[in-house]
Design a protein around this ligand. Structure first.
Ligand code: G6P
Length: 610
């Protein structure tokens, strides 16, 4: 996820900004840049950008005389356009220079209008459009009013740091759905995406709220609302050290990323749902719209957690888009004799976009003439480049090795893909609308589940002594049983088995006794009664049972040892909710056993070898 730093004060801005960017490196990025008001009297802004590490930017900046006490800087995690110097921030348009974190949903529409007004764009980004829009508004208005006039036109999420060479002693920062913190120092003000870039200068901060605009000069700052009313905000003292600041106070990145899921899902959906029409719009697939209409079969290839997401996708795509779908481990698929024709679409799901097996499998499918698509989180990654078309997750970087927010983000994209393909076929407008309406509620539902964190922690402590666990689920939640078990294996090194609940009686039930607890996913869905029979069979053999079920399912209280409740939603969307308590359970289970949950032994975040 992009990182922003802004500085206005009495010191050399360059040093503060480069140091700030280094502290934001953990967020993940592919390029970086800095803009300094180099000479206030001559109204001159100098910009330096580099692809790759902040160290490369620092080296490039050394060669330039960047002296000034006002500036903005950015680490870019590509969303619109590949990682390149042209796409790196800051972006300029005439007197305006800015950095942006977030996604401007209506940028294409705005860009088309600006092109008609003779604006010339030098990048593929949505962010550059904002700079041009402010510049356009500045023709008739003062800087501050031009920013406000621009904000009224933007749809989407943004944190912005803006400078104007005509008013070189001013820095304007805006927050709307993307994080931004203001550090209040002694005669200096620092803006940053998180406090880790501020803490070495001051512990006095204001966490800006959505819709807040800060106008800062070297002698003070004003916080205003979107309606230009002054807002008095109290300064808060940071209690964190540097490392805690990067994790935003969470004990581990894994926990932070679990809690980030509502936001990551909202980002995956942003600008992609036309609820009123019951339609999903995936810009990355626009170029293959006609081919998508012709698809008669889908093969999903992926590894690890991404494979489990694919399995959920299989249920969705078959039930709602009516397209026969198979899911296969990439490592298996690449050595098979793939039976593919031109009506087959092969979809690679990959967080990193660099997994060697997935890449090899997609290349093989391409050679055989399949339409290849990607659902990828890392923009510009090899899988994203090698597929014919694709959809980015926009989940932001995932640092913990065990994948959490990427998984629910992948599921969200699969929901959108199902609606897109379904509506090209038999799916009614009403059904499309219903799925999207419910999907929009998922982030809020996850917030509700996350509130049970303390309860789940207690449960993990209660069960931490067990060295074997069973995870059972059916239909949409069978893949969630696999994912729950995978999380436990990765984080706790405890043997866990994920199984289709209906298969229990064909062998695994022989394992059940008082020492093998089962975690059963049994929401009120079309297979609920059948799953409950499975619970009874386990209880009859003295097996302990934790049940994940829908709120208000009272009858389970009598048979389960422990219950975790989730809110109601459509059956096809249940996996987005049922997986969350399992992620939290695995996290607390690993912590309770004293393990390094963010970097489990023997595992790598991105497996780039076969
Ligand atoms: C590794 C990671 C897993 C991940 C898998 C697939 O094994 O540890 O968390 O699910 O690779 O990675 P991808 O980047 O292709 O989704």
């Amino acid at each position: 996820m992009c990182g922003i730093v802004g500085y206005i004060g009495k010191n050399n801005a360059k040093d503060v900004l480069i140091e700030g960017l280094k502290r934001l490196e953990y967020r993940g990025y592919d390029s970086a840049g800095i803009a300094i008001v180099n000479d206030q009297t001559k109204k001159k802004v100098s910009i330096v950008k580099a692809v790759g590490k902040v160290a490369a930017l620092a080296e490039k900046s050394q060669k330039r005389a960047l002296n000034g006490s006002v500036g903005i800087a950015h680490t870019r995690w590509a969303t619109h356009g590949k990682p390149s110097v042209a796409n790196a921030h800051p972006h300029s348009a005439g007197r305006i220079t800015l950095v942006h974190n977030g996604i401007i949903e209506n940028y294409q529409e705005l860009k088309n209008i600006l092109i008609k007004k003779k604006h010339i764009f030098t990048s593929e980004t949505d962010s550059e459009v904002v700079a041009h829009l402010i510049e356009q508004e500045c023709k008739k208005k003062n800087f501050e009013d031009a920013v406000y006039a621009t904000l009224k036109q933007l749809k989407g999420a943004y944190a912005l740091g803006i400078i104007n060479s005509d008013e070189p002693g001013k820095l304007i920062a805006v927050r709307n759905s993307s994080p931004l913190v203001l550090g209040v120092g002694d005669g200096e003000y620092i803006f940053a995406s998180d406090p880790s870039a501020i803490i070495q200068h001051t512990k006095d901060v204001i966490y800006l709220e959505d819709g807040e605009v800060v106008i800062a000069t070297a002698s003070g700052y004003t916080v205003k609302t979107l309606t230009q009313k002054i807002r008095h905000r109290n300064v808060q003292k940071l209690e964190w050290n540097d490392e805690q600041a990067q994790k935003e106070g969470y004990a581990h990145f894994m926990l932070k990323e679990i809690f980030e899921q509502p936001h990551a899902i909202a980002d995956a959906l942003r600008g992609r749902m036309e609820i009123g029409e019951g339609l999903a719009r995936l810009g990355g697939l626009r170029s293959v719209t006609d081919e998508l209409r012709e698809i008669e079969r889908i093969i999903i290839i992926s590894c690890g957690t991404s494979y489990n997401a694919g399995l959920v996708g299989e249920y969705m795509l078959e039930e709602y888009a009516g397209i026969p779908t198979e899911v296969e481990y990439a490592s298996e698929y690449r050595y098979r004799k793939p039976l593919i024709d031109k009506h087959t679409a092969v979809i690679a799901i990959s967080q990193s976009g660099e997994t060697a097996d997935t890449l090899a499998a997609i290349r093989e499918a391409k050679r055989k003439g399949a339409l290849t698509l990607g659902i990828v989180n890392a923009v510009g990654s090899t899988i994203a480049r090698d597929t014919d078309a694709g959809v980015y997750n926009h989940a932001g970087p995932e640092i913990s090795v065990a994948s959490t927010k990427s998984f629910t983000s992948q599921l969200s994209i699969l929901v959108l893909l199902t609606v897109l393909l379904g509506r090209q076929r038999d799916m009614s407008f009403t059904m499309g609308k219903r799925i999207l309406t419910e999907m929009k509620r998922i982030p809020r539902h996850i917030d509700t589940i996350a509130k049970q964190d303390k309860k789940i922690k207690k449960l993990a402590q209660k069960y931490k002594k067990y060295d074997d666990l069973f995870y059972l689920g059916r239909k949409y939640n069978y893949p969630i049983a696999l994912e729950g078990a995978l999380k436990i294996k990765e984080i706790s090194y405890v043997h866990a088995e994920g199984y289709a609940a209906g298969e229990m009686k064909h062998g695994p039930i022989a394992l059940i006794d008082k020492d093998l607890p089962s975690i059963i996913i049994a929401p009120k869905d079309s297979v609920y009664e059948k799953t409950v029979s499975g619970i009874e069979e386990i209880r009859a053999r003295r097996g302990k049972v934790i049940v994940i079920t829908t709120k208000g399912t009272k009858e389970l209280e009598k048979i389960a040892n422990d219950i975790i409740e989730i809110p109601k939603t459509l059956e096809m969307l249940m996996p987005l909710l049922t997986v969350v308590p399992l992620q939290l359970f695995a996290y607390h289970f690993g912590v309770a056993r004293g393990l390094d949950v963010d970097q489990p032994r023997n595992l790598a975040k991105s497996v780039t070898v076969e």
